[in-house]
Design a protein around this ligand. Structure first.
Ligand code: TYD
Ligand code: MG
Length: 456
């Protein structure tokens, strides 16, 4: 067959960017040597959207008169999971669950599958990674009911869809998208072209049959859904499962959700018998005794609508190196550099010759500036070797001028703080606080004010 040059396209294996010619470096994600030629082995009908796939001619309608799809939701009973997806899995949804290899995606999926399976609900679990006996052993270890789950060990997508069409499940799980391949494409499983094509086929299947499809995608070290990234635009929801390998803590986060809010989290702990829901996460992140400690400050995060108390630890010591080290676990190093610069400039504290280490306990990652004040105070406490009270809370964004800026959701954070036994909270001055928060509130304008009170 003569190669159709017109259709040849190069795709970045990292982010899915397409280019008509080969590039050494991807202009979108910056990856080097990531372009692969995707030969134009397109099948008839490929690229056609599922929306117009029914063969009928489309017509225009008044938007206000479009009838709503009555989508039922099915709660799995795993509350931490249901909340993240927006209160149960919508029927006919197409969902991607991403995460590092070994983080527990298959475990979560199997637990979800077992909850869904039951009278009137058929579940098909396709495994392309583990053998059927491994899957069974895993299920037994989890102590879950495997009776309602049909399993298939297969990587050929055509065969998977053949089995699925014949069985017509209500739920189809594909673990993982990187192991399945479409036989009409020459590229190997896991490549962008394969992932994209298999994803598109599964989407068509989901929309045609009304079957809910949940697929697993592995993620590269830098946190991007390589390959599966190209699926992000076609799926209804992307859930990300994360956590440190060294700790049992796992957080399920929604990155995209057509059915609910994107900033909910679900908290789990990986134990001997699989994932256990953690309803009271603050207890995981802060140590129980509320005593004075040097370099340790408590702050309250807001993950979606969920407040979470965390402990920020700082260690500041004079550096033996010409260029001091700045290391942060669970915190952004660039933000740390900024805070150090602000502290030095606005408080006069000499920090540029010190190594600074920041650790957020429990393996959680801080993604919001409301924790700035806690980090800053922990640094000053360590630098000055002055302890902080275990019942003080610090919430506020630190501006470049050392000013303390307002944060969202202060009321929820304070409620959680009181529940966790905090006695006093340092918050941005002028914050509106409705009712009695039940703890002492100290409004502050400037970083120096809090330093003077706590570590002066
Ligand atoms: P798995 O769900 O296979 O991860 P993924 O599908 O994301 O690659 O989980 C893998 C890890 O979880 C494995 O290293 C063992 C651990 N694990 C437990 O600690 N307890 C359990 O009950 C199970 C099933 C797994
Ligand atoms: Mg797995």
């Amino acid at each position: 067959m003569v190669k159709d040059r017109m259709k040849s396209v190069y795709v970045c294996e990292n982010c899915g960017y397409e280019s008509p010619r080969w590039l050494g470096r991807c202009p979108v994600c910056g990856a080097w040597n990531s372009f692969k030629e995707v030969s134009s082995e397109r099948k008839k009908g490929e690229g056609r959207s599922w929306l117009s796939g029914g063969g009928e001619r489309s017509t225009r309608v008044k938007l206000s008169q479009v009838r709503g799809e009555e989508r039922g939701r099915v709660a799995t009973g795993i509350k931490e999971f249901d909340r993240v997806i927006g209160g149960g899995i919508p029927e006919g949804a197409f969902i991607l669950i991403g995460g590092d290899p070994g983080i527990g995606k298959s475990t979560l999926l199997l637990q979800v599958a077992s909850r869904l399976a039951g009278p009137g609900r058929k579940v098909l679990y396709v495994t392309g990674e583990e053998s059927l006996s491994q899957l069974r052993e895993k299920g037994e270890r989890l102590g879950i009911d495997l009776n309602g789950i049909e399993a298939l060990a297969e990587a050929d997508l055509e065969r998977i869809l053949e089995v699925a069409s014949e069985f017509s499940p209500d739920y189809l799980f594909v673990d993982s998208i990187q192991t399945v391949y479409h036989p009409s494409l020459q590229s190997i499983p896991g490549t962008v072209s394969q992932v994209r094509e298999c994803g598109a086929e599964l989407l068509r299947f989901a929309k045609r049959t009304g079957c809910t499809v949940i697929i697993v995608g592995h993620v590269t070290k830098d946190g991007t859904l390589a390959g599966p990234r190209t699926l992000e635009h076609m799926v209804d929801a992307v859930l990300f499962f994360e956590g440190e390998r060294t700790s049992g803590l796992r957080i399920l986060r929604s990155i995209k959700n057509r059915f609910g809010s994107v900033d909910e989290i679900g908290v789990f702990e990986m134990g001997d018998r699989g994932l256990v829901e953690v309803e009271n996460p603050s207890f995981l992140f802060i140590s129980e005794e509320r005593r004075e400690r040097t370099g340790v400050a408590l702050t309250a995060l807001l993950e979606g609508v969920r407040p979470l108390l965390v402990e920020v630890q700082a260690l500041v010591l004079s550096s033996p190196f010409a260029v001091p080290q700045r290391t942060a676990t669970g915190y952004d190093v660039k933000r740390l550099s900024m805070l150090l610069a602000v502290l030095e400039k606005r408080t006069g504290l000499l920090l540029r010759k010190s190594d600074v280490f920041i650790n957020v306990t429990g393996g959680i990652r801080i993604n919001e500036s409301a924790a700035d004040l806690g980090v800053a105070v922990a640094i000053v406490s360590s630098r000055k070797k002055k302890p902080l009270s275990g019942t003080d809370l610090f919430v506020g964004e630190v501006g470049l001028g050392g000013e303390i800026r307002p944060v969202r959701g202060l009321a929820q954070r304070l409620r959680e703080a009181r529940r966790m036994g905090m006695k006093r909270a340092f918050v941005p001055a002028g914050s509106k606080i409705d009712g009695d928060p039940g703890i002492e509130i100290v409004g502050i304008n400037d970083i120096n004010e809090v330093i003077e009170i706590c570590v002066g």
